[in-house]
Design a binder for this molecule. Structure first.
Ligand code: CP
Length: 308
């Protein structure tokens, strides 16, 4: 049973196929309106979410399917101590595909090991968030028309920001890309990403604390929020939370065709005034996430033999 736990579960060819499907859904939504008729998505969110949960649910409805949800750890038998494995076995009895978000790294993997239906990782702790990367990739594709020979700045909480880890993994597979890793010292990219991905593949990267000095060279600027929920103490969070605030003024030296991405939610990292800049792509990214989740649901249900 194929599931999506890590972005690297998809080959480059499969990513191309998902992008082609998403583009077709955008162009011909009526063609897909009954594609999942009679099928159900289990939307299991044990951690807060607006975009990921709602876009999965909207995606399934737009494909003609239905949704059963758990929202919040306190509303399911997880609150009584039920294991992730038993939850997976139980949910497999009622639905056809699972999207799960969980605060523990590895929870989606355990779900996939125990479920009898496809499982999609909708974010597991600080580990990864592959469907956000699908949204990011469609946005990069639509804005830049390519995935290679790009200088990609990622800025903010690179330690706990799981979307950054998945994005670096994904973009490291294309030729000629360079990364500029912009973060406070305490929130640098974990060594398993730096050593096992960037260094192992020989991908050029620089680390800096200074966003403004690198701004002119960037093709993509991927801003992230400092992840308050993953800090061990509030003092550190308060000290670091406003390390980077992107303003209209700071964009003066940026390329005219820079694409500004952010997985959202935004707290304070991008001034609201930047939203009016044509280079701001983060709300397009939100919509692209729904189309890519539709494409992914279709692919996994096809591979599971549930649809043609
Ligand atoms: N980008 C993202 O995962 O947003 P939510 O936490 O609102 O789902």
């Amino acid at each position: 049973m194929k599931s999506l736990i890590d972005i690297l579960d998809l080959t480059v060819e499969e990513l191309d196929e998902l992008i082609a499907t998403a583009e077709d859904i955008i162009a011909n939504p009526a063609k897909y309106a009954q594609a999942c008729h009679g099928l159900k998505l289990a939307s299991l969110f044990f951690e807060p979410s607006t975009r990921t949960r709602m876009s999965f649910e909207a995606a399934m409805y737009e494909l003609g399917g239905n949704v059963i949800s758990v929202t919040g750890a306190g509303t399911s038998s997880a609150a009584k101590g039920e294991s992730v494995a038993d939850t997976a076995k139980t949910v497999s009895c009622y639905t056809d595909i699972i999207a799960i978000r969980h605060p523990k790294e590895g929870a989606a993997y355990v779900t996939a090991k125990n479920a009898t239906i496809p499982v999609i990782n909708a974010g597991d702790g600080g580990h990864c968030h592959p469907t956000q990367t699908l949204a990011d990739l469609l946005t990069i594709w639509r804005e830049k028309g390519r995935f290679d020979h790009l200088t990609i700045g990622v800025c903010g909480d690179l330690k706990f920001g799981r979307t950054v880890h998945s994005l670096i993994n994904a973009m490291s597979r294309y030729e000629g890309n360079k990364f500029v890793l912009i973060s406070p010292e305490e929130l640098k990219v974990p060594s398993y990403v730096k050593k096992d991905v960037l260094q192992q593949k020989g991908i050029p990267y620089v680390q800096t604390t200074d966003l403004e000095s690198v701004m002119p060279e960037l093709d993509i600027l991927y801003m992230t929020r400092v992840q308050r929920e993953r800090f061990f103490n509030e003092e550190d969070y308060l000290r670091l939370k406003d390390s980077y605030i992107l303003t209209v003024d700071k964009l003066k030296t940026a390329k005219k065709d820079l694409a500004i991405l952010h997985p959202l939610p935004r707290v304070n990292e991008i001034s609201v005034a930047v939203d009016d800049d044509p280079r701001a792509c983060y709300f397009k990214q939100v919509l692209n996430g729904k189309y890519m989740r539709e494409a992914l649901i279709l692919k996994l249900l096809k591979e599971a033999g549930k649809i043609q």
